[in-house]
Ligand binder design. Structure first.
Ligand code: PLP
Length: 238
């Protein structure tokens, strides 16, 4: 990690599960990032999305827990722990920012509904959340492994799956010469929604790949979905 020029006022990272690649930021990279933020006197937003779904490797502490200078804003969401339509998330703020954020929320009218917050608080304090998370981690780990096995078996020559340790999606790199936008369009015709990796690149030449969500599918749906993807890639290859 080299300090970018000009030095940033704000750095936004998804260290638990880089979006979209799913890689986890290593300890030395986290410390280096804090160094850079201190040099630049910048705020850091640590969006810990999907940090709860880590399937391999040792747990890595949040950047905020290593920060001695109160510059890291930790952001979490219940979208993946429960469901996206809940529209609830949370921030753990450096104390000096709390008042300003409350003011900003009040000015913008971005209130989280109180009843939902109260119900969620009960859900957490009564222990349902940790049981739910334990159960979903087990289910997703099984689905992830099955998905990896089937893709490796059926698309060995076309797709190389990223070895990422976390997240409820996985990146599959496409063999040279296969266009990810064409594949995602051919997949959409077969009711399969995959994101082309190339759309995430801004300043460098794009890598061709697919961002593949596996977590919502049981074994039968996974087999069926991969077959549709095989057909979509077949169509693109002609
Ligand atoms: C990088 C990233 N952060 C956070 C979220 C969760 O956002 P929200 O809580 O607004 O649904 C997502 C959702 O996909 C995401 O991709």
């Amino acid at each position: 990690l080299e300090p970018p020029a000009p030095l940033p006022h704000l750095i936004y990272v998804t260290p638990a599960c880089q979006h979209p690649l799913g890689t986890t930021m290593r300890m030395e990279e986290r410390l280096r990032l804090l160094d850079i933020a201190e040099t630049a006197n910048s705020w850091v937003i640590e969006d810990d999305f999907d940090g709860e779904y880590r399937f391999q490797g040792r747990p890595v502490p949040a950047i905020q827990s290593m920060d001695r200078s109160g510059r890291v804003i930790y952001v979490g969401t219940f979208a993946k722990l429960l469901f996206p339509a809940l529209r609830l998330g949370f921030m753990v703020l450096p104390p000096e920012l709390a008042g300003r954020i409350v003011n900003a929320l009040s000015t913008t009218g971005q209130f989280a509904p109180l009843l939902l917050q109260a119900a969620l608080a009960d859900f957490i304090t009564e222990g349902h959340m940790s049981r739910h998370l334990k159960r979903m981690r087990r289910i997703y780990a099984q689905r992830r492994q099955l998905f990896r096995d089937i893709v490796t078996e059926r698309l060995r020559d076309e797709i190389t799956l990223s070895p990422a340790e976390a997240g409820i999606q996985v990146v599959g790199y496409l063999r040279d010469g296969i266009d990810d936008i064409k594949v995602s369009q051919a997949a959409a015709k077969r009711a399969i929604n995959v994101s082309p990796l190339s759309k995430y690149f801004q300043n460098t030449a794009p890598t061709q790949g697919l961002v593949l969500g596996y977590a919502a599918c049981d074994a039968a749906q996974t087999r069926d979905g991969v077959e549709r993807l095989v057909a979509a890639i077949g169509e693109v290859l002609g």
